[in-house]
Design a protein around this ligand. Sequence first.
Ligand code: ATR
Length: 251
Amino acid sequence: MHNAAFGALGLDYAYLPFRVRREKLGEAVAGMRALNLRGLNVTIPHKVAVMPLLDEIDPLAGKIGAVNTIVNDEGWLRGYNTDAEGFLRVLLEAGISPEGKKVVVLGAGGASRAITFILLEKGARLTIINRQLRFDWAPPPVKLMELNEASLATALGEADILVNATSVGMSPHDAFSPVPAGMLRAGLVVYDIVYNPLHTRLLKEAEAAGARVIAGLDMLVGQGALAFEKWTGQAAPAALMKRAALEALGL
Ligand code: ATR
């Protein structure tokens, strides 16, 4: 999606994948400085370990404790978390402001953490539901519950927005949904961060129940669009990037 966007805007950049071993992360970042690369995306398993290697961490990325985007300004490396901002951007573009909304986030992994912090920053009222109780990082106003039918029913009964930030429903386990279909209803916004398949069982059942749905590919494109803007200083052609992402995924 980045190369498609560079091409469309006539920008002289190329986006390339590099597989970096854990023990080579320091050398990879030194290489970024030496080669004067403008930017990098960082993914699993390096999102946390890369932080001390940078010169500056954006405050939101610092709170989240993970960086997925690096911008190199003449040797000064700044780390951002566009997963979180991309999630928010898509919500806002759909005309949904999280302020004052009751949001239920399923999952407590890395993705959940990014989403949770930005939602809190924007004034959402949060409940996090997870299979295991591993919530050492969740700040106090957040309600925490263990995943079961009773907690889902209680939390979803009064929710405005449901976010699936677990991997449940992801291919090849696309026959599963984290939420019983009977708990989905009109008036609920259902945002699934899983993007493979494009329309997860959760999203299909939510749509059938009359809920508004947001697909995970939009978040993927949203984080990419933000990174693109940080690197190039130009507005990202998000629709074109989405088409390119769909094509790359063979969808
Ligand atoms: P990511 O970086 O994508 O968030 P992660 O940190 O491995 O990945 O987190 C995966 C999330 O999916 C976790 O919340 C995990 O729940 P646990 O903390 O209890 O492991 C959740 N998850 C994965 N498989 C699940 C399943 N079958 N049922 C419920 N939750 C599941």
